[in-house]
Every structure is written in structure tokens, then in C-alpha cells.
Design a protein around this ligand. Structure first.
Ligand SMILES: Nc1ncnc2c1ncn2[C@@H]1O[C@H](COP(=O)(O)OP(=O)(O)OP(=O)(O)O)[C@@H](O)[C@H]1O
Length: 339
């Protein structure tokens, strides 16, 4: 197998808050193979955005990478200088935020913002930038004459396309997209995901898709990394994750989201309770308090992420019983309340 494009190993990221440290990412490890779409999925607050932002090192001033590495094409993103990181941004790694309004300045025409990247970062001449901007708009399905518009003149879905075009501007190897379709309705979500998939195939790039919605990873991701309370709890091909999940949290997530392809008509079962406070994580498995299958052992001993079968990692003491647990997890009464 070829070297992954990005290999994250034992990555920990801490927010330093007066008298308290919030460990947002705790010894996370996973790979992003070349030319693949990898989903990073988990509930709000599980550390997805913190980790995704760490790949471009655009993190808050109080955030510190305290251990681990992020090997990107031979460079450790955790260790390279700010100057080297700056060279990689846009050119090798581009970021698409949840709301395109965060990457587009409302007071400038979109064309101006495209040119800033193409000329400022990519060193293109005015005419090269003009031609490339038109080409990028075409790639994301927007007519080039719309380049003269201001961000507010686009619909939400179109603005996300503009943000994707901007991310593609300098032919990056990796796009990190943080909840790129969350604010959009299901039909537009699907159109944008289809487009991202087509672009990924045509250009051979890799994408990290950050989402709280397992139906988004089911729709578009080749592999999926499931996070819970700052930790990676499961990592494998998406098809395997959906058909044979090993972690009870993944089993619960599957029940909690409608299917994006069918616009969702089945019964949804939420996972009751809330994730732990990352400033004071519990001993043992962090999911134990919400897990219908937790044993005493789970509450006292923290499971480590271990390889379990072919290309499948999981952090659960009961992974060897997963088949029986899956059958129980499929029953709404296992999880309590039914929506
Ligand atoms: N600047 C900050 N200072 C202190 N704590 C922070 C800061 N930013 C985030 N956190 C905390 O870090 C943890 C992880 O947050 P993060 O935003 O990475 O999670 P997330 O899974 O992306 O959630 P969401 O989807 O809601 O953004 C949360 O407990 C959050 O409250």
C-alpha cells in the first residue's frame, strides 16, 4: 500500500483556559490515504473542528498541540515552522469552513477574493488569474459572469460552491472541509456532495470531511473516523463501518440519523445523555455513561484503539462481542426514548 497522504499519530490538542485545561483531542491516530475522502464524524464538542483546524494550524491562541505528529507528505505539520506552514496553506492544504461567509468577505466581489488567492498566493498574472477563476467557477457549476457578484448575491449552496472553488484554486493535495453542507437543505447537500466527489475523482485529491452527520459520511466518504469526547473510537472503510460497526457509539449514531440518499423516512433513535466535560473526562471508557452495553470494567479501564480484523480499528472492551451487540443496538428500546 502507498504511503498515506496524511498520517496522524497520538495527536493531543489542549485548550489552556485559566485553572483548567480542556483536552479537545486526545491521542488521536488515523491515516488519510491518497485520493480518498475520509470522514471525521462525531457529536458537537468531540474535537472534530479542533483537529481539522490543526491540519492547517489555524487554531486559537490558547490551543496547544501537546503531543503527537501529523505527517503530511513527509512533513510533520505539528513541528514545521510557521513559514513552512504558510507555504503549505492553499497550495497543498486548503480549508472549507462550515459557513462560506466565514471564508468570503462580504464587502468584496468574489472575483477580487479569488484573485487575492490566485495572484497573492499563487503568483499568477492578472490575466492568468482571470482565466483560472473562470475555470474554477465552471468546475463547481457556476457561470463565470457571476464572479463579479458579491457573496450576498449567492444562495447558501452557491456560496459553498464558491468556497470550494476557492479551496481548489491552487490545486491542493488535501481539502479539509468543516461541515461544508450542514447549513443546507438535503437536496442542495446532495448536489454539493456529488460535486465534491466528482472533483475529488477528476483531480485525484484527498478530502477530510468533518461532520456530525453519519448520513453524510455514508453518502460520500471512503473511510470514516469516529470521534467521541476527543478520542478516535473507530476507524475503517465506510462500507464496513455501516454494515459491521464494532463500537456501540457508532451503532447508536447509525440509528440517530436519517439516510441522506432516501431523504430519511425511518424511525430515529437518539443516544440519550450528553458527552462528558473534556476538562474532566471520566476514568474508563468515555462513552460508558451512555452505553447500553457498558460493564463495570468499562467504567474503570480506558480501552485503547486496537486493530480488530482487516483494516479496522476500535476502542471498545466488548468489540469481540460486536455481532451480538449490533443485534441489540438495532432495537430502539436498547437506547431508551424513541423520537
Ligand atoms: N477556544 C477555546 N477555548 C477553550 N475550549 C475550547 C475552545 N474551542 C473549543 N473548545 C472546546 O474544545 C472541545 C472541542 O471543540 P470542537 O469545536 O473542536 O468540537 P467539534 O466536535 O468540532 O464541535 P462543533 O461541531 O460544535 O464545532 C469542546 O469541549 C469545546 O468547548
Amino acid at each position: 500500500m502507498s504511503q498515506p497522504l496524511l498520517s496522524v499519530k497520538n495527536l493531543s490538542i489542549v485548550y489552556e483556559v485559566p485553572n483548567l485545561d480542556v483536552v479537545a483531542v486526545s491521542r488521536a491516530s488515523f491515516d488519510v490515504p491518497r485520493g480518498s475522502i475520509v470522514g471525521l464524524v462525531g457529536e458537537s464538542g468531540c474535537g472534530k473542528t479542533t483537529m481539522a483546524r490543526a491540519f492547517t494550524r489555524i487554531i486559537s491562541d490558547n490551543a496547544k498541540i501537546t503531543e503527537g505528529s501529523m505527517d503530511f507528505d513527509g512533513k510533520d505539520l505539528a513541528k514545521i515552522s510557521e513559514r513552512e506552514m504558510n507555504d503549505l496553506r492553499w497550495r497543498d492544504i486548503a480549508f472549507v469552513p462550515q459557513s462560506a461567509m466565514n471564508s468570503l468577505d462580504p464587502v468584496y466581489r468574489v472575483e477580487y477574493q479569488m484573485h487575492e488567492v490566485l495572484r497573492g498566493r499563487g503568483g499568477m498574472s492578472r490575466s492568468q488569474a482571470k482565466a483560472r477563476a473562470a475555470e474554477l467557477f465552471e468546475m463547481v457549476g457556476i457561470e463565470a459572469n457571476r464572479l463579479r457578484d458579491f457573496p450576498h448575491q449567492f444562495s447558501g449552496g452557491m456560496r459553498q460552491r464558491v468556497a470550494i472553488a476557492l479551496a481548489l484554486a491552487l490545486n491542493p493535495k488535501l481539502i479539509v472541509a468543516d461541515e461544508p453542507v450542514t447549513a443546507l437543505d438535503v437536496i442542495v447537500q446532495r448536489q454539493i456532495l456529488d460535486q465534491m466527489r466528482a472533483l475529488q475523482r477528476d483531480l485525484g485529491i484527498s478530502i477530510i470531511m468533518v461532520t456530525h452527520d453519519i448520513s453524510v459520511v455514508a453518502y460520500i466518504c471512503d473511510r470514516t473516523v469516529v470521534m467521541y469526547a476527543g478520542e478516535v473510537v473507530e476507524d475503517c472503510e465506510t462500507a464496513t463501518l455501516l454494515s459491521k460497526p464494532l463500537h456501540p457509539y457508532t451503532m447508536g449514531l447509525k440509528n440517530a440519523f436519517p439516510d441522506i440518499a432516501s431523504a430519511g423516512t425511518g424511525i430515529l433513535t437518539p443516544i440519550s445523555g450528553a458527552p462528558p466535560d473534556l476538562a474532566r473526562p471520566p476514568a474508563g471508557c468515555r462513552f460508558a455513561a451512555r452505553c447500553p452495553f457498558a460493564l463495570d470494567h468499562c467504567r474503570s479501564v480506558s480501552p485503547t484503539l486496537m486493530s480488530f480484523g482487516d483494516d479496522h480499528s476500535v476502542a471498545c472492551h466488548r468489540a469481540h462481542e460486536a455481532e451480538a451487540l449490533r443485534a441489540q443496538a438495532a432495537l430502539p428500546e436498547t437506547w431508551g426514548e424513541i423520537l
